[in-house]
Design a protein around this ligand. Structure first.
Ligand code: GTB
Length: 215
């Protein structure tokens, strides 16, 4: 029996569609069968000392378990995968490859996807916005093409489902509505396969319920 607490948005601006990064933590905990409590953080508290003590960058999600306090969703999911069985292969080479894919998702695939939202929201109205959006979309397409070619018909990144799939699928889901995922049917099928997992569904419903409960 553990006592895990994660921080979440008090009012998620994705309206509870599972796009905020606490979804990664919820999903990993559901996969390993660990219950958790949530601490909703209102916007005005993001830069307060109590939250900065959890995360010096004033962001969610964070993870608390006894004296251990972690931030960075990738590090938290990796910790969960190392702490509880089921999310990393036993074989050391496969395990190293799964961890490599966590880093690949976060440092090679996610940056242009986040940049796309910066262009859409923070750079709205600039006369170069559409030109830059097209450039960013092309950078994303390059990464999706490479990932698609690597995965071919594979169900998961490294043999069985692992923590790497949690991070990769969540990173890719941020492109929902862009039309880019539909260009790569094996990636769209990969996401659908992950979303069909009972643990994913429980995590998604919990995030949605938290959003609705805050209304
Ligand atoms: N690298 C960190 C991690 O992986 O944990 C990044 C954490 C992060 O960006 N957290 C966001 C945050 O706290 C919440 S998830 N922002 C407040 C701040 O920086 O002050 C961001 C999020 C929300 C909604 C969508 N969406 O709708 O697509 C996507 C991402």
């Amino acid at each position: 029996m553990t006592n895990i607490i994660i921080t979440i948005f008090e009012r998620a601006f994705d309206k509870g569609r599972g796009l905020a990064r606490d979804m990664r933590i919820r999903w990993a905990l559901e996969e390993v069968g660990q219950s958790y409590a949530v601490k909703p953080i209102p916007w005005e508290a993001f830069r307060e000392a109590a939250h900065l003590a959890r995360n010096p960058f004033g962001q969610i999600p964070t993870y608390e378990e006894g004296n251990l306090v972690l931030f960075e969703s990738g590090a938290i999911v990796l910790h969960i995968a190392e702490r509880f069985p089921g999310l990393l292969p036993q074989d050391s080479e496969l395990r190293a490859r799964a961890i490599m894919w966590i880093f690949a998702a976060l440092s090679t695939i996610e940056p242009p996807i986040v940049d796309r939202d910066v262009v859409r929201h923070s750079e709205a109205g600039k006369d170069w916005q559409l030109e830059r959006l097209a450039m960013v979309d092309e950078r994303i397409r390059t990464r999706l093409r490479q990932l698609s070619a690597h995965m071919r018909e594979a169900h998961w990144l490294v043999e069985a489902f692992s923590a790497a799939d949690i991070i990769m699928v969540h990173v890719l889901r941020r492109l929902e509505g862009s039309g880019l995922l539909e260009e790569f049917p094996n990636l769209a099928a990969y996401i659908a396969r992950a979303e069909a997992r009972p643990a994913y569904k429980r995590a998604f419903e919990a995030q949605l319920a938290a959003f609705k409960g805050a209304q």
